[in-house]
Design a protein around this ligand. Sequence first.
Ligand SMILES: [Zn+2]
Length: 579
Amino acid sequence: MRFLASQPALPRLVILAALFVGLLSAQTAQQAPSQTAAPNATIATTPAAAQKPPAKPNNPTLPAPTRAAMLRGAYGPYRANNDLLYYHLDIRVDPERQFISGKNTIRFRILKDGTRIQLDLRETFNIDKILMGATPLKYERDSGAVFVDFPQTLHAGQVYSIDFYYSGHPQEIGRFGGMTFKKDPAGRVWINTACEGDGASVWWPNKDQWRDEVESMDISVAIPNNLVDVSNGKFVAKTDLGDGYTRWDWHVSYPINNYDVALNIGSYVRFSDKLDELPLDFYVLPEDLDKAKVQFAQAKGMLEAFQHYFGEYPFVKDGYKLVEVPYLGMEHQSAVAYGNGFTNGYMGRDWTGTGISLRFDFIIIHESGHEWFGNSITAADPSDMWIHEGWTTYLESLYVEYRWGKADAIKYLNGDKAKVKNLQPIITERGVNEEPDQDQYFKGALMINTLRSVVNDDAKWWPLLHDFYQHFKYQNIMTEDVVAYFNQHTGMNLTPIFDQYLRHAQIPRLELLFGEEPGMVMYKWRADEDDFAMPVRAGKPGEWQIIHPTTQWQWMKTPLTKDEFQVATDLYYVDVNKQ
Ligand SMILES: [Zn+2]
C-alpha cells in the first residue's frame, strides 16, 4: 500500500504527541545493548532520565518539523525494536540511463518481539520486492519511510535477514548532491555520492538514522568495464560479468554511518603508499596524478598527528583512502572524498585569516580528522553533531600544534571567532533530523580550547583527550556522555560550562566593575546557566592570575587600572565587559 506523497499539514498536537512517542522509544533504545559498541560498553553511559529535557524548543519561531523529518529523525518503536548487524549493498549503476538497481541485504537482531520494522528509501525509487528467504514481505511507504511487515512474530534475541530490492533514477538533492551523474573535466563519466543531512536513503534502502550502525558491510557495484568504483573498506575483487559490466567488491570491517557509505565511479587511477603497516591508497583522475602525488603527501603527517593525540587510525583493516570528487569533500569512512583543487587552505583561501590555514590542505586535514570524530565516534542524533564538527575543527588546531606549536594553534583557533554567530544554541531539537548551524564547528572548537584552559594542565589534558576517544571509539554517543566523561575524569563539574556553550546562543560574559580609584575590581559571569562557574586568567598578560568568577559578584585587589586589566580571551572564548 502506498500513501500519498504529499501529506496534509499535521496539527501541532499530533506532532508533539509523535515526538513524545519518539522520545520514549529513544529512551527504551538506550537501555538496550549496542551492537556497535565494544563488548564492555553500551550506547550511552548516561541514563536517559538524567539527560536534559530536549523538549524546550531552541527557536519557537521555526516551523514545525515536516512529517518526513520526523519519520527520519525519530528513533521510533519500529527502529528501536531491532539492532543492525550487517548490510550487503549489491547494485548495478547504468551511467547512460542514470539508473540504479539491485538490493540491500539487511541483517539485524530483534530486541523486542514484533512484526514490523522501519527502513527508509526515498519515494522516487521503486521497491521491486522485499524478501525474507523466498517469502515476499508486505510493506507500507510513508514519506520516505518503509514499514516492513512480517507474516510471523520476530522474536527478541533472534537474528533475521531480508533482501530489499529496488530500482530507479536517483535525483540530485541537497548541499552535496546525494547521488550525481556528472562528467569529469575531460568529459568522462563521473558518478559520486554524498548524502550527509539528506540521508543515505536518497540512493539506497537502509535504516536511515544515526543511532544504530551495522557492524560490518559489503559493497558490490557493477559498472561498465572501463570504469573504476571506489567505495569504503578494503578492496576485495573485481569480476567481469561478461555483459560489458564489471562488479567491484569492497568489504568494511567496522561499524559505519549510513551517510559515509559511498560510490565513486570514474576513470580513476591509483597510487599507493604505506604508513607503517597501514595501506594508503589514492584515487584521482589521470590528469591530476602528478599534482596529487605532491598534495596527498600531507596525508601521512596528518595521520601521524592524529595518531599522536588519539591513538591508532580507527580503520586499519580497511586502510586509508583519499578519492578525488567533484565537490569539496566529505568524511566517507576510510575513503575520504577530496575536492579541494590540490591546493592548500580552503580552495586556496586562508580561511581563518591567520596566515596559518595556507600551510596545509584544509580538506585532507579536516575530513580525515572525522575518521576519529564522526566515523569512529558518532553522534547518535544529528542534534548533537558538534561531536563530529566541533571536535574535528578542534583537531585542525591539534594538527597545527603538532606541526608548528601551541602558539600557532591558539592563533589558528582564534581565527574561527569571526565565523561564530551566537544566534542559536549548537544543540538542536532531538529526534527530528535537525542539523545544527555552523556554530557547531567554530564555537564547538573554541569551547574545547576553553576547556583546555579550565583544566589548565596539559599533562592532564592530553591523556584526557586520548582516553576520551579510546573510551567511546566505534560508539554512537550524545553530549551527555561527553560531559559525564569529562566531569568524571577531571573531577570538576563542567556541566554548566558545556551547557552554556552548547544549549544557549550566548557565550558567557565576564562583567568587570572598576572603582573610581585603582585598587579594586568586582567580577562575575553573566550567563544563562545560573550555576555557571569558570576559572579564567585575568590581570596582566604574562603574569596572569587565575580568578574563579561565578554568577555572583566577588571582588579582588588589583594595582591595575581599568585599561590595564586584561582577560586571556585567546585561551577562553568569553566576552568581557569592563565598567
Ligand atoms: Zn566536518
